[in-house]
Design a protein around this ligand. Sequence first.
Ligand SMILES: [Zn+2]
Length: 117
Amino acid sequence: MDQDKWRTRPARKTQGLIHRLSSMLRALAGTASEMLGQRSVSCVVGNFLIGDFFGDVRCRHGHPTRLFNIGRGHFVACDICRTFIFVGSNLMSSWREETEDIWRANSDSVEGYEWLK
Ligand SMILES: [Zn+2]
């Protein structure tokens, strides 16, 4: 019985917190969407909006983007717009753990896509 109390108390607290946060978020919804619109964009390349830091690349149409490597080069693609851009090289060490097969597959994944420069 005591154990059950232990379990329900934090759950109630969490529910209260979630409820409060939800109402705060609803109140902020208008402001938040304005803030998103004002997120800093330092560069626009085709359909890509490039932010202030590496990896902050979005598709201006709101499509999901994916980051991949070909060798030490990092690229971001939008599979819906069928475009990709080069975002830098050797900025992340993950490429060192990948194989030529992975890079070949990554290269093949953007075959026929437009490379925006
Ligand atoms: Zn797109």
